[in-house]
Design a protein. Structure first.
Length: 118
C-alpha cells in the first residue's frame, strides 16, 4: 500500500510563497506520474500541476508562471513551489501518485491546507 504524506501548507499573505512537499512510501515513485490537485470550498477538485516519470510537466492555466512542480526520485518526494500567491489559491492541496501514468492505479494524500489571506 502506498502512502503519501504532504507537508508545507499554511497561512500566507497575497504575493507570498509556500513550498509543498509530498513524500511517498514504497518503491514505485520513480515509475509514477505525480500531481498536485486542489479543492476549494464548494468547488470540484482540480489539477494544479503534474510531472511525468521523464520530468515533463503541465500546469493549470491559472498557475502557469507562478507555480513549479519538481520531483526527487532519490527521496521519493514531489514538490510544489508556489510563488505570487493569490486569494483564489486558497484550497486544500492533495498529492496524487499515478502508477505508470496509467490512470488506473492512483493514490491520494490526506491533503494540506493553503490559505492566502491578508
Amino acid at each position: 500500500q502506498v502512502q503519501l504524506v504532504e507537508s508545507g501548507g499554511g497561512l500566507v499573505q497575497p504575493g507570498g510563497s509556500l513550498r509543498l512537499s509530498c513524500a511517498a512510501s514504497g518503491n514505485i515513485f520513480s515509475i509514477s506520474a505525480m500531481g498536485w490537485y486542489r479543492q476549494a470550498p464548494g468547488k470540484q477538485r482540480e489539477l494544479v500541476a503534474r510531472i511525468g516519470t521523464g520530468g515533463g510537466t503541465n500546469y493549470a492555466v491559472s498557475v502557469q508562471g507562478r507555480f513549479t512542480i519538481s520531483r526527487d526520485n532519490a527521496k521519493n518526494t514531489v514538490y510544489l513551489q508556489m510563488n505570487s500567491l493569490k486569494f483564489e489559491d486558497t484550497a486544500v492541496y492533495y498529492c496524487n501518485l499515478d502508477l505508470r501514468g496509467s490512470g488506473t492505479n492512483v493514490y491520494w494524500g490526506q491533503g494540506t491546507q493553503v490559505t492566502v489571506s491578508s
